[in-house]
Design a protein around this ligand. Structure first.
Ligand SMILES: Cc1cc2nc3c(=O)[nH]c(=O)nc-3n(C[C@H](O)[C@H](O)[C@H](O)COP(=O)(O)OP(=O)(O)OC[C@H]3O[C@@H](n4cnc5c(N)ncnc54)[C@H](O)[C@@H]3O)c2cc1C
Ligand code: SF4
Length: 504
């Protein structure tokens, strides 16, 4: 069967690829969106902690190997909308300072090739697209900007009380910017306690499928699900990608396009480029810098819970507040420590996974008296933290955390804050190196082809018609959640592609 020639093939339908598809939809361009997974079904299990946390129903069953060759199941999802179907929908702009060079305890967080001001108009558009709720003012690190498209999500009474007591500690708690659709309105988001890490059964979470892919498909974009991109095939002199080799329903297909946009997520995009090595690109496609797969980052993240035996936490949706007081420097150190956010409610089943022999009723009693938090710090790009392919084609992910002194310090500060709030005990837990949720950095953008894989518009330096618009392009990980920045840059790249490669 012969297949048409497309103007654009986008590979991957998550934050980067889905947003790109939406931005190009409705233009004259003939666009194909390839996604290896299917649609997440809307079903009761969407909100079942057992299905999501015990049986890992929606996670990939694919295994990667770590530095020692030990297989593990990465915390990632292959489906329409990618990981955004499961995200907590915390949609932050990077801080203005994150675009410059920042000295950390453990080294340097490098500058980006663009400034905050370059991305600001695209952040505006991305916030509209993903219906972000927030408030300008209380956050001391907020970059210059106009108002959010929607007002902040009101705090539950328990969180409102905590916010007042945080202010009394001299801190500056601020509303978390959240992408939720019509919260509290009839037919809208019901502000339930199964949001972060669960798909939304109501389609009221602002994810890439709901906000971008479905409208794009209704407009002009063709979507192929179950379509795995295996390789990118170049012309004889290696200057352009001529075809994408795809496996769909067991069939091997070759598709061609004027422009190819790769958005498989930072690990899988690097793997695709490495798999596409040729005589002209012996180290992997577009890898003259040797940086494809290197400089992998994923944030240092610790889940924390403040526990009080006599205080039941009745909050249902508690993920509404952040503390950014230590984002740029600690209380008595000039170095950045990171960010503190309230988290979605922990369910007994989730907690039981850590120590399975403790009975569920005990966990349920425990978590009913807990308030959950996330402490998150920047990790720094190191060339040895990298994605490679084993001889059998399996993904190998080598990651040794750095900047851990800053993160430990942040966890200590958070513990002190929670103790001052009156919590008797503060519990901590981390998925450590296997937490691939905030993966980024494996094909960084920059102006120097020797020190970066992509140019400032995310076009590869080496191959002229290929762009990468997922988390791969980050030169540094910053310490806020990455996805709004991925979406904003995808919108910027879409404008650029329309003005250059697709100009008629
Ligand atoms: C539980 C959880 C909570 C999170 N919470 C937040 C949050 O609150 N805020 C935030 O900013 N970020 C959050 N994140 C991270 C956020 O989801 C990611 O940063 C974002 O989705 C990355 O976008 P991406 O385009 O790089 O990749 P993805 O969204 O992962 O999309 C990649 C897509 O490519 C597809 N694909 C991969 N390989 C191929 C191939 N070879 N062929 C075809 N298709 C392929 C995948 O199936 C997937 O659909 C969270 C992530 C998780 C898992
Ligand atoms: S209803 Fe709202 S809070 Fe619940 S999963 Fe959907 S978006 Fe999240």
């Amino acid at each position: 069967m012969s297949h048409p020639h497309y103007d654009v093939i986008i590979i991957g339908s998550g934050a980067g690829g889905g947003t790109m598809a939406r931005a190009l939809a409705g233009t004259q361009a003939r666009i194909l969106l390839l996604e290896r997974g299917g649609h997440v079904p809307r079903e009761a299990d969407n909100w079942s902690p057992e299905a999501v946390w015990k049986h890992l129903k929606y996670r990939t069953t694919e295994e990667w190997v770590d530095e020692t060759g030990t297989p593990f199941r990465p915390y990632t999802h292959y489906n329409v909308g990618g990981n955004t179907k499961f995200w907590g929908s915390v949609l932050y702009r990077l801080r203005r300072e994150d675009f410059g060079l920042l000295q950390h305890v453990d080294g340097v967080s490098p500058a980006w090739p663009i400034t905050y001001e370059t991305l600001a108009p695209y952040y505006d558009r991305a916030e509209q697209l993903y219906e972000v709720h927030g408030e300008v003012g209380p956050d001391p690190t907020e970059p210059p900007r106009g108002p959010f498209p929607f007002p902040p999500i009101p705090h539950a009474p328990e969180i409102a009380d905590i916010v007042e007591r945080l202010q009394a500690q001299g801190l500056h708690p601020s509303p978390l910017p959240l992408g939720l659709r019509r919260p509290g309105e009839p037919g809208g988001c019901i502000l339930c306690n199964t949001c972060n890490s669960f798909p939304c059964r109501l389609h009221m979470k602002s994810d890439a499928e709901v906000c971008c892919v479905l409208p794009a498909v209704q407009s002009s974009v063709e979507l192929w699900t179950g379509a795995h991109a295996d390789r990118l095939v170049t012309n004889a002199n290696g200057s352009r990608v001529e075809a994408v080799e795809v496996t769909r329903h067991g069939e091997r297909i070759r598709l061609s396009a004027r422009v190819v946009v790769v958005a498989c997520g930072a690990v899988n995009s690097a793997a695709l480029f490495l798999r596409s090595a040729t005589d002209r690109h012996p180290q992997g496609l577009a890898n003259s810098s040797g940086l494809v797969g290197r400089r992998y980052m994923a944030h240092l993240a610790t889940m924390m819970q403040g526990f009080h035996p006599f205080r039941r936490n009745h909050a249902v949706f508690q993920k509404t507040v952040a503390i950014n007081d230590f984002y740029l420097h600690g209380p008595d150190t000039p170095y950045p420590l990171g960010q503190i956010q309230s988290q979605g409610r922990t369910h007994g089943v989730m907690a039981q996974i850590v120590v399975p022999w403790i009975p569920l009723w005990a966990y349920n009693a425990w978590v009913a008296r807990g308030v959950d938090w996330l402490a998150m710090s920047e990790d720094l790009p190191h060339p040895d933290n990298r994605v490679t392919l084993d001889p059998d084609g399996r993904i190998r992910l080598v990651y040794r955390p750095n900047n851990v002194v800053a993160h430990r310090r942040l966890v200590r500060e958070t513990t002190n804050i929670l103790k001052r709030l009156g919590f008797w005990k503060v519990m901590t837990h981390s998925h450590k190196a296997r937490n691939t949720t905030h993966q980024c950095g494996t094909m960084c953008f920059g102006t120097d082809p020797r020190a970066s894989v992509l140019d400032p518009f995310c076009r590869t330096h080496d191959v002229e018609n290929v762009f990468v618009v997922d988390g791969s392009f980050f030169p540094s990980s910053a310490a806020v959640n990455p996805a709004l920045t991925i979406a904003a840059q995808a919108l910027r790249v879409a404008d650029h592609v329309l003005a250059t490669d697709l100009k008629r």
